[in-house]
Design a binder for this molecule. Structure first.
Ligand code: GLN
Length: 323
């Protein structure tokens, strides 16, 4: 099937998706293990697309900020790769875990080297890489700077209430970090590393801002406006591969099967999806399924990608099959 690239057709598609989502009764459940996230109104849905040429298409609550949570792990992976290149893979793996995002079970078997940078244990290691040699506040500023630069928007902040809520209830994350530290895979203290991790997860952004942010991943690491690069094309390719195989935790296989684009989900209900060379898409609806991924944002991406022919496994056929 031919891929859809024109903004007007896409606007029609996302308008009808947003309309349908308003009427959905089954909306999943908000992440209640972080008390501040449990206060978010379930009846919100937003979607935004930023095309490779910069055109923006939005529908629903696309301007409402929400907690990006694990989507921030893409940012720390970007910074950690820039910082230590391929040596990063000595400290964190790149295989899907097949376990829930906050699972501790593999850490012991695998001697404190987390399976991938997108489960919590792996993201704690990448936060530690970013933190090394500076103060936690500076590391958080560095993550926010990348976020603002990539999104082309200075109006992006950490939600301090969410950060506090995470710090107060983050017992599992503390257990993960302590274990990694016991295996000598943290360079900074557990509390400093977690103070970065909790704050990166608590960055608040709207779908529109998030879709802008993801554009560098759709453009091979480049910021189109300035010819400035956030990261090399080679590393962008690696990040996208990890998003495809590990971005939705133990639902990543199902996600690739249903949707077929690299994506990163977060327990705030957001999903960032990348169609390489074509578009960056952000969808948000706070209710989660039993794997911790947004029920309706997943469904919205499924609808959009199917209607736009954007699955990486669809593709236009460029040669004739005759003869
Ligand atoms: N801050 C959340 C946690 O550490 C992030 C998890 C997620 O979004 N999957 O549990």
């Amino acid at each position: 099937m031919a891929r859809v690239y024109d903004a007007q057709t896409l606007q029609g598609i996302v308008d009808s998706i947003a309309e349908r989502m308003v009427g959905e009764v089954e909306r999943g459940v908000v992440a209640n293990y972080i008390p501040e996230l449990a206060t978010v109104n379930l009846n919100q849905f937003g979607i935004a697309i930023v095309l490779a040429n910069g055109e923006v298409i939005c529908a629903g609550d696309a301007e409402v900020p929400f907690s990006i949570q694990s989507i921030s792990k893409v940012l720390t992976l970007t910074l950690a790769l820039e910082r230590c290149g391929a040596t990063l893979w000595q400290r964190v793996g790149r295989e899907p875990s097949g376990d829930p995002f906050n699972s501790i079970i593999q850490l012991e078997y695998e001697k404190g080297v987390p399976r991938n940078p997108f489960i919590n244990a792996g993201a704690i290691v990448t936060a530690d890489v970013v933190l090394e040699g500076q103060k936690p506040d500076q590391a958080v500023d560095q993550i926010l700077d990348l976020c603002r630069r990539a999104a082309g928007d200075d109006d992006i902040f950490v939600d301090q209430n969410v950060a506090k809520s995470e710090a107060q209830t983050g017992h599992r994350n503390r257990a993960l970090a302590q274990f990694i530290s016991a295996e000598n895979n943290l360079r900074c203290t557990v509390e400093d590393t977690l103070s970065v991790y909790f704050r990166q997860c608590s960055i608040a952004m709207s779908c529109r801002q998030l879709a802008h942010l993801g554009r560098y991943l759709a453009l091979g690491g480049q910021l189109a406006e300035t010819d400035d690069a956030i990261i090399t094309q080679e590393r962008t390719r690696r990040i996208l591969a990890l998003m495809m195989t590990c971005g939705a935790y133990d639902a990543s296989g199902d996600f690739a099967f249903r949707i077929g684009i690299p994506a990163k989900t977060g327990v705030g209900g957001g999903i960032l999806g990348i169609v390489p060379g074509v578009a960056s898409v952000a969808a948000w609806c706070p209710g989660l399924d039993n794997k911790g991924n947004s029920l309706l944002a997943t469904r919205a991406l499924d609808d959009l990608v199917r209607q736009a022919g954007w699955s990486l496994f669809t593709g236009d056929v460029h040669f004739s099959l005759e003869e």
